[in-house]
Design a protein around this ligand. Sequence first.
Ligand code: GDP
Length: 140
Amino acid sequence: MAGNRTLTMIKPDAVKAGNIGNILQMMNSAGFKIVAMKYTKLSKEKAGEFYAVHKERPFYGELVDFMSSGPIVAAILEKDNAVEDFRTLIGATNPADAAEGTIRAKYATSIGENAVHGSDSDENAQIESSFHFAGTEVFA
Ligand code: GDP
């Protein structure tokens, strides 16, 4: 059964560009409810840990540098079929391939600096939510 939560991050490029409000608005309009949220900054070490699954990829160093380059907004979002529906809302990893009207089509500037993160499975949604939030920081 599909889970009802996913983990998102508004990445440093979108924060820097002043798009936090616009992106949160798109999430709300698409029916996602925010059940946890924080404005924070990842250290290089924490960014490396979050993206450890990509450690062997050629872009790993660049990704870790980017994700620790400035503040982010991390949030847990709730909706039926959250993971899949949120991936649809954000669009393809590369904004050049992202469908019109998606968050990445609107706000991403490159395959690396692509404005938002969205969990890719229910299992990862849970792992990533625990990475950013304690149980006491989640308000259903
Ligand atoms: P996602 O699930 O759509 O975020 O994509 P992936 O799990 O494949 O990659 C994780 C993140 O790594 C992406 O969102 C990008 O920020 C970054 N990334 C992926 N591919 C590339 C690449 O070719 N170059 C760079 N610099 N970053 C990349």
